[in-house]
Design a protein around this ligand. Structure first.
Ligand code: PGA
Length: 248
């Protein structure tokens, strides 16, 4: 199966950066064996979509309702209307900044599926939880409560993002990634049978051109969710190339 590499632009990007997005689309188009997506700020979404009919764009959150009195929020249907095909849900920054719970994330994922969006549901432990030997328990608990019972391999993917690895340049050991992704796979398989085997499990947290090949070579690492290194075509390209090579 080809790897899925998704860029998470977070709260970065204005009109001038559409040129950079064009560069990223060109890099992805040149590689046959990688699935690529870019989750841009909502303000750029419809203009980014106009740059390419084939490239997949996404949002970074959605409300669980279709519409209504929710000032400042964006529904899954609105993201689809703007041309999105995927959405990141439950990122640790939203769990921390906006107090999103697993139950909120689950409701958002149901909404995303209703609208036809693929959800990338983020889970991950803090540094303290890892140091306390609690990482796998914490992540599996998030996983169970954040994914809806109706999730399928088509509607949902998971991103394991250790909070302490996000934007820090630190990554877990190969063995720690292997153990976590194996535990996530087992849990998904127990709950969703064949779909649980097919669901993509991405790794996220300081993935870059130097470490992508070794991270993507780990069993059950089906792709990556990339923050800082997705902001320019120059930094993103080596990750896409590593994913392309890993699929061959
Ligand atoms: P990073 O962010 O690649 O900058 O560590 C990843 C993420 O938060 O999705």
């Amino acid at each position: 199966m080809s790897k899925l590499i998704v860029g998470n632009w977070k709260m970065n990007g204005v009109s001038n950066d559409l040129l950079e997005i064009s560069g990223i689309i060109k890099c992805a188009d040149a590689l046959a064996n990688v699935d690529c997506g870019l989750c841009v700020p909502t303000t750029l979404l419809s203009r980014a979509v106009q740059l390419s009919g084939a490239f997949r764009f996404g949002g970074q959150d959605c409300h669980h309702n279709v519409n209504g009195a929710h000032t400042g929020c964006v529904s899954a249907e609105m993201l689809v209307d703007a041309g999105a095909s995927m959405v990141i849900l439950g990122h640790s920054e939203r769990r921390a900044d906006c107090y999103e719970t697993n139950e909120d994330v689950c409701a958002k994922s149901i909404a995303a599926t209703r609208a036809g969006l693929h959800s990338i549901i983020c889970v991950g432990e803090s540094g303290e939880q890892r140091d306390a030997g609690d990482a796998i328990r914490v992540v599996l608990e998030q996983l169970v409560s954040s994914l809806p019972n109706t999730a399928t391999a088509q509607s949902v993917g998971v991103a394991y993002e250790p909070i302490w690895a996000i934007g820090t340049g630190r990554i877990p050991s190969t063995n720690d990634v292997y153990e976590m992704h194996t535990a996530i796979r087992r849990s998904l398989q127990e709950r969703f049978s064949d779909d649980g085997l097919q669901m993509r499990i991405l790794y996220g947290g300081s993935m870059n051109g130097d470490n992508a090949a070794s991270l993507l070579a780990i069993e059950n690492v089906d792709g990556g969710l990339i923050g800082g290194a997705s902001l320019t075509a120059a930094k993103f390209q080596p990750i896409l190339a590593a994913a392309n090579a890993a699929a061959q």
